[in-house]
Design a binder for this molecule. Structure first.
Ligand SMILES: Nc1ncnc2c1ncn2[C@@H]1O[C@H](COP(=O)(O)OP(=O)(O)OP(=O)(O)O)[C@@H](O)[C@H]1O
Length: 224
């Protein structure tokens, strides 16, 4: 049985605008290393809110969150920002690549920010990530000149650059046609199978969700 990477205990969250409203209701969740999990549910069920909490971007909740056996509740914002940069990779619906920079430069950016390695080493690692994603031949192309599917693969390579414990996807195929959606799904599948990467993806794409290891369905702030 694989090790637990992420664990929540009784997470509840309230919004107070305009009235007090409980958006998450006692969420208990365990995610194992290497799991590829989708988070589904109707609009307003609380998926994005939960994703923000799980990725430590919003720590204003009741309950507990552990990642990699580290208790994150109560940690200071600086600690959390560093933790997030080092250990969590994000893939969004829109790739948010810097259009005038090359694919390679875009992938290098999160590692340059963390500054744990010299630039030459970061460049080497970024090339390895592009290679895993099958787009090493596009490394020197300006990102605005890549196709939508290639851009999303560059965004995934960028999410991988610091060897994160966890990749969080927020509608990672939401802006892609079926061909490119399949490429992104297959890429995620390869990462979980071959690298043991853990991935949690919020999605409205039923075909995508059906192929993941586990579907977590939310309704009215609870996991069904
Ligand atoms: N900052 C906020 N203040 C008040 N209410 C909020 C806030 N953010 C979200 N909500 C409400 O919380 C509920 C859950 O929102 P959330 O964005 O998590 O849903 P979702 O399942 O991700 O929806 P979608 O699929 O449309 O993205 C919704 O009713 C939403 O209106």
């Amino acid at each position: 049985m694989k090790q637990i990477l992420l664990k929540t205990e009784g997470i509840s969250k309230y919004f107070h605008d305009p009235q007090t409203f409980q958006v998450l209701k006692s969420i208990d969740l365990e995610v194992r290393r290497g799991e590829f999990l989708s988070l589904v549910g109707k609009s307003g069920s609380g998926k994005s809110t939960l994703m923000y909490l799980l990725s430590t971007m919003d720590m204003d909740f009741e309950g507990k969150l552990q990642i990699n056996n580290i208790e994150l509740t109560g940690k200071k914002p600086d600690y959390l920002a560093r933790f997030r940069n080092e250990h969590i990779g994000f893939v969004f619906q829109f790739h948010f690549l810097l259009p005038e920079f090359t694919a390679l430069e875009n992938v290098m950016i999160p590692a340059l920010k963390l500054a744990k390695f010299p630039e030459s080493e970061i460049k080497k690692r970024a090339m390895e990530k592009l290679d895993i994603l099958g787009i090493a031949d596009q490394a020197d192309k300006v990102s605005s000149k890549l196709s939508g599917g290639q851009q999303q693969r560059v965004a995934i390579a960028r999410a991988l650059i610091n060897n994160p414990l966890l990749i969080m996807g927020d509608e990672p195929t939401g802006n892609l046609d079926s061909v490119n959606s399949k490429i992104v799904f297959d890429t995620f599948r390869k990462l979980t199978q071959e690298l043991g990467q853990t991935i949690i993806a919020v999605t409205h794409d039923d075909d995508f969700a059906a192929k993941t290891d586990r579907i977590i369905e939310m309704k009215d702030g609870r996991i069904l």
